[in-house]
Design a protein around this ligand. Structure first.
Ligand SMILES: [Zn+2]
Length: 200
């Protein structure tokens, strides 16, 4: 994947469009104060925005490829069957309400902790594919850009799932290196369904 750099000249049209956008945002803010459940209004826009920005980035993501990482990130092994299902179902409901799609069958058990008890409780509500990983950018804690880039060097490779978080600013400075790395190593990003599609 090559990176496209576009210099955007601030023409009169763009300035006017930005001003219109500002005004529209003002209207929306006013509306937000009078409607009782703003998420009903915003959900469809979140979905559309996410789809169009993924198109801009040239990635293959679509909103049919979300996975479930539980509601509050517990060690699922310590929970009852009901507790495991509540964790997955509450997040499933959120994803459905916000993005209009289901995350099934993919879930990532927090910390990668999974056993037969977790698998069967999850499978009973349609989560049949616990999804683990090969490497990590380790960016759930605050790392420098060089450290994040270094984990890319270490883990990016064909057929590997590498997890990342985007929780801290160091990730931003590493992004160009990571994109270049994908190109240099002849890799391409894929979705879980591209690779792990089942009849489920
Ligand atoms: Zn996690």
């Amino acid at each position: 994947m090559s990176t496209l750099r576009i210099k955007l000249p601030l023409s009169v049209e763009i300035v006017v469009a930005m001003s219109d956008a500002d005004t529209a945002l003002g209207h929306l803010q006013g509306l937000g104060m009078v409607i009782t459940d703003p998420s009903l209004l915003i959900g469809p826009y979140l979905r559309r925005e996410a789809l169009s920005s993924s198109r801009i980035e040239g990635t293959q993501a679509s909103l049919s490829e979300l996975g479930n990482h539980t509601w509050s990130h517990p060690d699922l092994r310590a929970l009852s069957t009901q507790g495991i299902q509540d964790q997955l179902q509450r997040n499933e409901d959120f994803i459905q309400a916000t993005y209009g799609v289901s995350a099934k069958p993919f879930y990532r058990p927090p910390f990668g902790y999974v056993n037969a008890h977790v698998r069967s409780a999850a499978a009973a509500i349609g989560y049949t594919a616990p999804t683990l990983w090969y490497g990590s950018l380790s960016d759930s804690s605050a790392l420098t850009s060089d450290q994040v880039a270094g984990f890319g060097d270490q883990w990016f490779g064909a057929g590997r799932i590498v997890i990342a978080h985007a929780n801290h600013p160091g990730v931003i400075g590493a992004m160009q290196h990571l994109v270049d790395l994908i190109a240099q190593r002849g890799l391409r990003t894929v979705t879980l369904r591209d690779v792990f599609a089942t009849s489920v």
